[in-house]
Design a protein around this ligand. Structure first.
Ligand SMILES: Nc1ncnc2c1ncn2[C@@H]1O[C@H](COP(=O)(O)OP(=O)(O)OP(=O)(O)O)[C@@H](O)[C@H]1O
Length: 759
């Protein structure tokens, strides 16, 4: 049905014109207001009497605030001008009919304050996402209301023109969603507000005062939802929230680049975006040499026994009982922080170790160890400042009294003179002695406090495996502790660290020196969270001093399985026990045909993971082509490039398991096509290039078309990590998937029938 044929086309067309005109008018007045506010500020500055002019001062502040709000509103309106809204809901209440148009921002009629547009994040807009036609409950100004939802209507508006109108009820499929999924990768992250699904909406709006953990299949919208949840949070707490206290942690910079484009569109700016490794290094103030990603490559090259050992050690080192180990280790360090002698200057005992111990263990027990030392030093310094005068006075008085006594009570003049002179010399001597004692006394005494760097303690932690086992309270046997300690110490001696070390270093740093407030966050969003180990979550929670995490991930994509999570239970039940847990099973990225291949692979995992349900969208059936060398790929790549161009698609990636295979492919392709080899997770992707990328760097990303290739490094179905790596690779394409290998077994798809269906 063409848009004109819709029975209410005329009415909607007129409404759109009205809204467009209104927006234009508001923008115009906004400009005038802006000039006026600026003029007011200027004038107030002229009148400003720097000594007493509270009125002008208030004037400046008020106008500056108005200017800021005005500019923000103008910015928002400018952004939506060509697409002012995307849906409307019609509610019937007490015999009255109300209509609300839903947009990315809100707009009210100036005089009546009636809404022209309501923000998608407002409580009222929730009925659009959550409510089926029929009776609905919603909230207005904190008050629960009931109404009859008579109509949910979607609009496609492009360049200010109404292109389609669709009324949704229970039976019609969500065509707008279909259409949006047909589109190319690219700026899709920002366009989904109109098609957010019920299960996704529940996650976005889930209680903002509680942590939330989302297990979602590949392509179920986890990243998208996490970003929209931030946007929702900012809307709810616009007044009293500092974006600098919000942090997104993503696996690498390729991924951060991918999401950062979406942030301003969602009204999410100035928030911290970083990776776990960068965050920890900054928070502990150290630049570490980390062995990461590469060890996936090296794991593939290790023999089975060694790989197993590496996995086992990583697993142990990432376990939550290390929190207890660190706590006990810190506890045992306390005696080394209490000086072994009193603070004594000259003959005066000024501060006893007993008192210091009390301060350390009781009064300042809430502080990190070195912060306690600083406090105690300050107390001693202050105390000393007061006492030193008294000390001098005491010595002076002592001799002055003696002198006085000698002068007045001694009859014999010669004797008296002698005694007085002796006393004067003695007094001078004592005063000098005292002065020397006083000078630098605190500095000398402070040397009794330890002053060691983080790494010294970290080494110390590993140097006594027996103690490690003891601290772990049965979680770590002495043999395991021995093995782990010698493995870690070997690395530390080479100045190398693993990602597991990061969490332990952060916990230790926090307990010893304290994490500075700029690294403490109010709200943290973690994407690809399946690759975090339990101890990493604990370290972040404790160092950042917050529980308000939004954690999204997919256990089936845990490609660093040897260090990450195998289930969410521990996180939900123990690490963040106040959290809400959600599951998303529908995949929006891939076509049914692509998901079918991916499901075949994920089925081979030993862990139980529910099958991913693709949203009903068909596409070309994936193909398998037998190749023996990278050169065989060239022609297919060029053909695919052409096909993508013809279909108005853009992004295209070639994914292989390892960097070595990628290197061979890249070398063969690069003379024929504009190709970019992503080796470094911090590299920027060139949107015009064919991306060649190893499987473990591809997670979280998406492309219109993907070639999954295996040459020298087949995916091995006996290895859980390989299954996950292949699953990640297969779920990257939105529309087209082609597989290339010497044999289908290389892709764990021995039995899969790739022949095109006849119908
Ligand atoms: N409600 C929706 N409407 C339209 N598109 C959607 C919707 N939800 C998700 N998508 C699209 O589906 C794709 C996958 O989303 P996203 O990358 O957020 O998934 P993910 O769960 O993080 O995937 P992965 O686990 O593979 O990283 C994106 O292109 C996104 O725009």
């Amino acid at each position: 049905m063409s848009v004109e044929e819709h029975p209410e086309f005329e009415k909607e067309q007129q409404h759109l014109e009205f809204v467009k005109r209104y927006i234009q008018a508001v923008i115009k007045t906004g400009h005038d207001d802006e000039d006026q506010f600026k003029a007011n500020i200027k004038e107030a500055f002229v009148d400003l009497d720097w000594f007493d002019s509270s009125l002008s001062y208030i004037n400046i502040l008020t106008n500056a605030r108005l200017l800021e709000t005005n500019q923000a509103q103008l910015d928002n309106l400018r952004k939506i001008q060509s697409k002012p809204y995307f849906a409307k809901v019609q509610l019937e209440r007490d015999g009255q009919e109300e209509e609300y148009y839903i947009s990315k921002t809100s707009l009210y009629q100036r005089e009546s304050q009636d809404p022209i547009l309501i923000d998608w994040r407002s409580p009222l807009a929730n009925v659009y996402y959550d409510g089926r036609i029929g009776h609905v409950n919603y909230e207005v100004n904190g008050e629960e209301r009931e109404a009859y939802l008579a109509l949910k209507r979607q609009f496609m508006i492009e360049n200010g023109e109404l292109e389609s109108i669709r009324d949704i009820d229970l039976t019609t499929t969500d065509e707008l969603l279909q259409e949006s999924l047909e589109g190319s990768a690219g700026s899709r992250l920002t366009e989904i507000v109109s098609t957010i699904q019920e299960e996704q909406n529940r996650v976005i709006r889930s209680d903002l005062n509680k942590p939330i953990i989302v297990q979602g299949a590949a392509g179920s919208g986890k990243t998208t939802i996490a970003l929209h949840r931030i946007s929702y949070f900012i809307y709810q707490y616009a007044e009293n929230f500092d974006p600098e206290k919000l942090m997104i942690l993503a696996p690498n910079h390729v991924f951060l680049d991918y999401i950062s484009e979406a942030l301003p569109e969602l009204g999410v700016e100035r928030i911290n975006q970083t990776t776990l490794t960068d965050y920890v290094q900054q928070a502990i103030g150290k630049n570490l040499t980390l062995i990461r990603n590469k060890d996936l490559e090296s794991l593939a090259q290790l023999n089975h026994a060694e790989a197993e050992k590496q996995k086992r050690l990583s697993n142990l080192k990432g376990s939550s009982f290390f929190k207890q180990i660190i706590d006990q280790f810190i506890n045992d360090l306390i005696p080394t922080f209490i000086p072994d002698e009193d603070f004594q200057v000259d003959k005066f005992k000024l501060y006893s170790t007993k008192r210091i111990e009390r301060l350390f263990k009781e009064d300042y027990s809430y502080l990190p160890l070195y912060k306690r030392v600083n406090k105690i030093k300050n107390v001693i310094k202050q105390d000393f400042k007061q006492k030193r005068k008294k000390m001098t006075e005491k010595v002076e008085t002592f001799y002055d009294e003696k002198l006085e006594k000698a002068i007045y009570s001694m009859k014999d003049e010669t004797k008296r003179k002698e005694t007085v002179s002796k006393l004067i010399t003695k007094k001078e001597q004592r005063m000098k002695e005292l002065e020397t004692g006083i000078k630098g006394a605190t500095q000398r005494y402070f040397k009794h406090f330890p002053n060691k760097g983080l790494m010294t303690y970290y080494k110390l932690l590993w140097e006594n495996p027996k103690k490690l086992a003891y601290y772990s309270d049965g979680h770590l046997s002495e043999e395991e502790a021995e093995e782990l300690a010698s493995h870690t110490l070997k690395l530390i001696r080479k100045n190398q660290f693993e990602t597991e070390d990061l969490a332990l270093l952060l916990l230790l740093h926090d307990a010893l020196y304290g994490v500075e407030s700029e690294y403490k966050m109010d709200k943290v969003i973690i994407d690809e969270a399946q690759d975090y180990s339990p101890i990493q979550f604990i370290a972040l929670r404790d160092a950042m001093e917050t529980q308000l995490f939004t954690i999204v991930g997919d256990i089936a994509q845990g490609i660093y399985g040897f260090q990450g999570m195998e289930a969410w239970d521990e996180l939900v039940d123990h690490i963040l026990p106040k959290s809400n847990y959600h599951e998303l099973q529908k995949s929006y990225r891939n076509t049914i045909e692509i998901m079918d291949v991916a499901n075949h692979v994920v089925d081979q995992l030993s862990i139980d993971i529910p099958k991913v349900e693709p949203v009903v969208r068909h596409g070309k059936k994936p193909t398998f082509t037998t190749i023996h060398q990278a050169g065989d790929l060239v022609e297919s790549v060029l053909q695919e490039q052409e096909a993508i161009r013809e279909r108005n698609l853009q992004s295209f990636a070639v994914i292989a398991k390892t960097e070595a295979d990628c290197q061979t492919i890249y070398d063969r392709l690069t003379p024929h096509a504009h190709t970019q080899f992503i080796q470094d997770p911090n590299e920027r992707m060139d949107s015009d290039a064919i991306i060649v990328i190893p499987s473990y760097l591809a997670k979280g990303l998406e492309f219109d078309s993907v070639f999954v290739v295996s040459l020298d490094d087949p995916f091995n179905n006996q290895d859980e990590t390989d299954i996950k790596l292949l699953y990640v690779s297969l779920t990257r394409p939105l529309h087209r998937l082609h597989l290339f290998a010497p044999d289908q077994t290389h892709m764990m798809l021995d039995e899969y029938d790739f022949t095109e269906d006849k119908n």
